[in-house]
Design a protein around this ligand. Structure first.
Ligand code: CTP
Length: 397
């Protein structure tokens, strides 16, 4: 999909610059032509020689380089690319971009270009959360610049939180989505999938039989139709598809947080089998057998992710829920659509006799405002393709 696509990769000065080397490798593997630009700061973290060797290209570093200007002027450099990727983008570079400064080669290229730009921020969590950075982010987004990440996690500086640059394969997925051709091109689709695990103690948990097959098939179908897909998955037995942004979680509470940080989205599909309850006060130590008694577990209600998003302020234009029922499927699912406040419900009968949960086929009824529409029994891949096509049509309308 990236064969012969020309990518101008701007690497700025942060510890995440080392990940840009892997990004170059992944892009080259997929046939992209990568032209690297290093800021002064970036050279403190990666050497021009290693960048040039991996990219198989000259590295551009200096605004006032006569040789470079003679070979290819900086205006031409910025315009001959199909996409400009800034990875990592430091807080400083984002601020300069938001202000339209052009004091070095990287910022000049970014100001002189009419090529689409994708930015992968990377910085300390406090810098990311700072009002100034959030202001700059909003400015860049309203200027039409696409942003990927940052991810939440342990940071090189020893702190924890949002600020880690997206992984190279996630950035590749966003780049592929940018070039993908299809009815969901340019749309961001958020999908939850798989079961959740609710801990009882450090070694035991409550789970369910969801394999994640239907959610994975949906992510694949939406990706193939050109969407940028954020795939929030519990511990599923089916591997997540390539080319989507995967956020792995365990519990319902973690799933809600991951979903909220992935919004805004154009459409959200809630295919996960979320545990309705969690064990209240899960034990920090492994629970031991005691003579003369069984442990008593008390439960707390988990957040309803579908209802929270459906009724939230940043609601995606189309919200699709699933309803796993074992009796009076249409009645229950119709009531569920209204109760949760979503647009559509994909209802299915998960009674053991149907073989649907954990199986490869699905027998669904789509519940919309107009009523119930029974689909013939078909493979989960086919259900996914049909649903993705319906979603594309609804977003077009
Ligand atoms: N769901 C969710 N968060 C929860 C529970 C469910 O987001 N805590 C979503 C599921 O992903 C699915 C839909 O809600 O899209 C319906 O899930 P289901 O388990 O069928 O419904 P429940 O809310 O559990 O309702 P009931 O107990 O009445 O079956």
């Amino acid at each position: 999909m990236l064969a012969n696509k020309r990518i101008l990769l701007i690497i700025s000065g942060g510890i995440a610059a080392f990940k840009a080397l892997d990004l170059i490798r992944r892009l080259k593997e997929r046939g992209a032509i990568v032209t690297p630009v290093l800021t002064r700061g970036a050279e403190e973290f990666v050497t021009p020689l290693s960048v040039s060797a991996l990219a198989g290209s000259k590295v551009f570093r200096d605004l006032f380089d006569l040789t470079d200007e003679a070979e290819m002027g900086h205006i031409e450099l910025s315009r001959s690319a199909d996409l400009i990727v800034v990875a990592p983008a430091t807080a400083d570079l984002m601020a300069k971009m938001a202000q339209g400064l052009a004091g070095d080669l990287a910022t000049t290229l970014l100001l002189a270009t009419d090529t689409p730009v994708l930015v992968a921020p990377a910085m300390n969590v406090r810098m990311w959360n700072h009002a100034a950075t959030q202001r700059n982010l909003a400015t860049l987004q309203s200027d039409g610049i696409a942003i990927i990440g940052p991810n939440e996690g342990d940071m090189a500086c020893g702190e924890y939180g949002p600020g880690r640059m997206s992984e190279p394969l996630e950035i590749v997925a966003a780049i592929e989505a940018h070039f993908a051709d299809g009815p969901l091109q340019g749309k961001h689709v958020l999908i939850t999938s798989g079961p959740t695990h609710e801990p009882i103690d450090p070694v035991r948990y409550i789970a369910n039989r969801s394999s994640g097959a239907q959610g994975t098939a949906l992510a694949t179908a939406c990706r193939d139709m050109g969407a940028r897909v954020t795939f929030v998955t519990g511990p599923a037995s089916v591997a997540p598809p390539e080319g989507v942004e995967v956020v792995a979680v365990e519990t319902a509470q973690q799933m809600l947080e991951a979903v909220q940080s992935a919004i805004p989205a154009d459409a959200a599909i809630f295919a996960a089998a979320v545990a309705d309850w969690r064990v209240e006060g899960a034990s920090e130590q492994k629970m031991k057998k005691t003579k003369g008694g069984f442990p008593t577990l008390s439960f707390a209600e988990n957040p309803d992710i579908l209802a929270t998003v459906s009724q939230g302020s940043d609601r995606p234009a189309l919200v699709v829920g699933f309803a796993a029922e074992t009796e009076t499927v249409v009645e229950h699912a119709t009531a569920k659509r209204l109760r949760k406040g979503c647009d559509w419900i994909v209802a299915n009968d998960v009674s053991p006799a149907t073989g649907i949960m954990g199986g490869s086929e699905n027998d669904v009824t789509l519940i919309t405002e107009e009523g119930a529409e029974n689909w013939p029994r078909m493979g989960k891949d086919a259900v996914a393709e049909k649903l993705a096509a319906r979603i594309a049509a609804a977003l077009e309308a």
